[in-house]
Design a binder for this molecule. Sequence first.
Ligand code: PMM
Length: 281
Amino acid sequence: MHPVQKSARSDARCLVMGILNVTPDSFSDGGSYLGTHQAIEHGLALAAAGADIVDVGGESTRPGALRVPPDEEENRVLPVIRVLAAEGIRVSVDTTRADVACAAVQAGAAMVNDVSGGLADPHMAALVAAMAVPYILMHWRSPSADMYRHAHYQDVVIEVRDELLRRVERLTDAGADVDRIVLDPGLGFAKRPEHDWALLSRLPELTGLGLPVLVGASRKSFIGTALADARGEPVPPADRDSATAAVSALAAASGAWAVRVHNVPANRDAVRMAQAWTARS
Ligand code: PMM
């Protein structure tokens, strides 16, 4: 059985990863949980609401966000991870830095979520191999500051798939266990809405690779744009949760292993509906 899967059964429910951004500037919840105490409370609430995993991040990936020094990133996430892990919560650390990932795993994180797929830090592959923890490998082309310069594709699904496979190879060459790797198409990262929709509607081309796939659609711009009002104004991030849940249900029905979301109850219901639906098909 894949070590990151809860069960090898084909009707296993898609997991729900709750987002805990300990940042002042993440695009939809920046600043809400910046204090350690507030962040811990929110992490406990996400778990109590049914999150299977709580993803703790200390650096925003918002377009144009400035980098946070590594010690500041650690100061934000480590105290939170320590408490949540001690409560028995399965925690992942959202970081592109090998040193931060290492410290987070020592503090109790069970999983590393790297939006750069190993490209931002040349030491990440060796660390993942040495730590033997599940690793979420997201498709990424460049730091957020200039990611839209790289949003050019002939066929986004084929290119994302091939780039992900090259990064898997890089990790396994460094000694990482392929059975601990989770793929993620990286919605919104060097992608425009049409790219995000192509990746979602053709998700089986990624899930068909045989590795678990995580989908991070929650409150992202392509949802705001799809719900734009008559004047073409996108709906604000806080009003995108119902649509996010719809995307989660569809992603789960298309074989996603997990969805990464802000609103846990709505998305937990959504993936349970997908489970009920697909169990009978
Ligand atoms: N998106 C964000 C941050 N981390 N991690 C993974 N694996 N996949 C994602 O799509 C992803 C991520 C940005 O969204 P946020 O600012 O709402 O956390």
